[in-house]
Write a protein that binds this ligand. Structure first.
Ligand SMILES: *Cc1c(COP(=O)(O)O)cnc(C)c1O
Length: 338
């Protein structure tokens, strides 16, 4: 069995298990967990932000960021297929009372011009956007990365309009590795950034929100209000620190495997773009099957994937998907064609 459903299925490595067992801990609600404090500092430094805050999930970190940057009745701008809009249960409406305006990107990448159209004259007649949310890499649009030039354009627009940018960087590490840049070179264009430890880095749980110190102070209050104030969470942070040390550079391997999958599918009835990172969105229309049929059939051959929409499936490579998984997956697709 090979599990391509998500990079969240990765299990903590033995180095992580050891670090977790030996982690120095304290009560983090009192700010006394040295391992959590270290993780927050390391993330803030890697992203060159003033401060960081450890969250149990990326969803909570994203939603707290939206809460801290907005007032009820504001609008937030994000991509139509983004995680915050589609996979966080409209939490922004519940937690922050804001309305989301979806902007269409190209393979998930929004251009400044498309965002600019959403800003209307600042009068009392209109609600207006007070936050731009970007996702890098994009998830459901195939692990694409924002080119630096596009981030610069969006930064210029945000500055001109006086609104902050929140970056959902659940897979920012993948973007940095694929683009051969340091994470801060991407993060510098955003005011706040969420990064995940529980995806390709293989930690069991946790995300870190980084940004200005005053924002992070505010975020600490909202994290507690939402029930995210954890106690000896250094046990989790220890795994995250190992992930940052040992699991980032190797993401290149995942990207190579995703490319190998795409190359193997070229010329078949399963269509996909060459991936930039570890996510493959495969259009199954030409096969004459629906995506749920393909999910079920591949599953019978021991290849687990998920449905992205009625005509597409998603495959994600990660450290627990080994070399033979690519060949086995391609073989399973071949048997589907027959
Ligand atoms: C997984 C993911 C999240 C949320 O992370 P959880 O820890 O699962 O809540 C947010 N954004 C993107 C793009 C993701 O892929």
């Amino acid at each position: 069995m090979h599990d391509f459903r998500s990079d969240t299925v990765t299990k903590p490595t033995s180095a992580m298990r050891k670090a977790m067992a030996e982690a120095e801990v304290g009560d983090d609600v009192f700010g006394e967990d040295p391992t959590v404090n270290k993780l927050q500092e390391v993330c803030a430094w890697r992203l060159r932000k003033e401060a960081g805050l450890f969250f149990p999930t990326g969803t909570m970190a994203n939603q707290v960021a939206v809460k801290c940057w907005t007032e009820a009745g504001d609008e937030i701008l994000l991509e139509r297929r983004s995680h915050i809009l589609n996979y966080e249960l409209a939490a922004f409406a519940v937690v922050s009372g804001v309305m989301a305006r979806a902007v269409e990107g190209e393979r998930g990448i929004i251009r400044a011009a498309a965002l600019a159209r959403e800003f209307r004259p600042k009068t009392y007649l209109f609600s207006s956007p007070t936050l731009i949310c970007l996702e890098d890499t994009t998830n459901m649009t195939g692990g694409t990365c924002y080119p630096q030039a596009v981030l610069k354009e969006i930064r210029a627009l945000a500055t001109e309009q006086g609104v902050p940018i929140h970056l959902d960087g659940a897979r920012l590490w993948n973007a940095a590795v694929a683009q051969k840049v340091e994470p801060f070179e991407i993060a510098q264009h955003a005011d706040s950034v969420m990064v995940s430890l529980s995806k390709g880095l293989a930690a069991p749980a946790g995300s870190v929100l980084c940004g200005p110190a005053d924002l992070i102070d505010k975020a600490r209050k909202w994290r507690k209000l939402l029930g995210g104030g954890m106690r000896q969470s250094g046990v989790l942070a220890a795994a995250g620190l190992v992930g940052l040390q040992e699991m980032v550079a190797r993401l290149a391997e995942d990207h190579d495997r995703a490319k190998a999958l795409a190359s193997g599918l070229a010329g078949t009835k399963f269509r996909c773009e060459m991936p930039e990172t570890n996510i493959l969105i495969v259009d199954v229309r030409e096969s004459g099957k629906s995506s749920d049929q393909v999910v079920a059939l591949l599953g019978k051959s021991g290849i687990r994937v998920v449905q992205a929409d009625p005509v597409r499936i998603r495959m994600v490579t990660h450290c627990d998907v080994k070399e033979d998984a690519v060949a086995d997956a391609l073989e399973a697709f071949r048997s589907l064609r027959a």
